[in-house]
Design a binder for this molecule. Sequence first.
Ligand SMILES: C[S@@+](CC[C@H](N)C(=O)[O-])C[C@H]1O[C@@H](n2cnc3c(N)ncnc32)[C@H](O)[C@@H]1O
Length: 374
Amino acid sequence: MAGQLAAVSPRPVNVVHTCAACPLENEGGDVYVARAMTTESRRILQRDDQTVRAAVDAYTSLHDEQSGGDLEARKANYEVLVNRYYDLVTDFYEFGWGKSFHFAPAKNGESFEDAIVRHEVKLAQALKLDSGMTALDVGCGVGGPMRNIARYSGAKVVGINNNDYQIERGRRHSGREGMQHRTSFVKADFMQMPFEDGTFDGVYTIEASCHAPDKAALFREIRRVMKPGAIFAGYEWCLTDKYVADDAEHRRIKKGIEEGDGLPDIAYTHEVDDALREAGFEVVAARDVAPEADPEGPWYLPLSGRDKSLRGLPRTPIGRQITNVATRVMERLKLAPEGTARVSDFLNVAGDALVAGGETGVFTPMYYFEARKV
Ligand SMILES: C[S@@+](CC[C@H](N)C(=O)[O-])C[C@H]1O[C@@H](n2cnc3c(N)ncnc32)[C@H](O)[C@@H]1O
């Protein structure tokens, strides 16, 4: 397995790209396919066919039990699993989701974008961030939350991320938004962070600690880099108490989410509390915030097809299907590297599994916790 993975080039593979100059994120879904086909194809043409195919093979084999892709293999290869995953999907995420790669429960009739920002600001408030303070974002993606939190609070935010391609994108976005002095990116594994003990005034993480092979070990490492009395808050992907391991449908949902989202495994909510305490934190608050959404604004709405806005189209089943067909056509025409459509396939499986997880209530991507370094 390791040999097979090592044979894959570490170069990021930009499967379907929305470039910095492309205003796709701000446009209605009615134009997105046509724009994507022209703007992205220029970059895709420069990609190496074999690199994409090999990366997809390496990623999917970690989830394929026939090829030895069991839980232990995924945990042992977590860096490869996660990096391959984000090399492949970052452009799809930016295309369909924006620059903050997380869910949010919509309240009081908020738009998708407003709910995303409120979800992030809640963390800044929990950390009591202010100007003169520095926070750490663990698993920062392309930095959407960092920039919003820095703007809201006046604090500086350092983001740690193990994915080179996302860091490159994040630095570019911060520069374009004039936030390069308030936000910075560090390329490192969050299981071993290159920071001195007691560096940060607060730490947060959004839907990233689910990638850790050992949650208590990650939380210990986070606690180490915090100042005494500081707060660590975050949103974690979890199974709820409604998840029944003997139920075949529940297992199918869990597997679809793991495979489609680059996860080694998914923990129960109470396991997150246990891991925080094991790491030495005092747990100040812990609850699933998914039920706090308006009945018509659950977190999985954008993926479910019930979001009727044009901007939401790329996220819906039909929008995802259009993207899927477009990637297949581009592959056929040799405009996209071989393997592109398979990425779109597993993202669609993930999208459907996430909606099923939300509708049945067996899964939440927003188990909120607040913990103090005592
Ligand atoms: C779902 S994304 C969330 C990104 C960001 N928090 C946001 O909400 O936009 C998960 C992030 O965790 C990062 N990540 C996963 N495992 C990591 C590790 N071992 N070390 C550092 N970053 C990691 C990924 O590269 C990705 O940026």
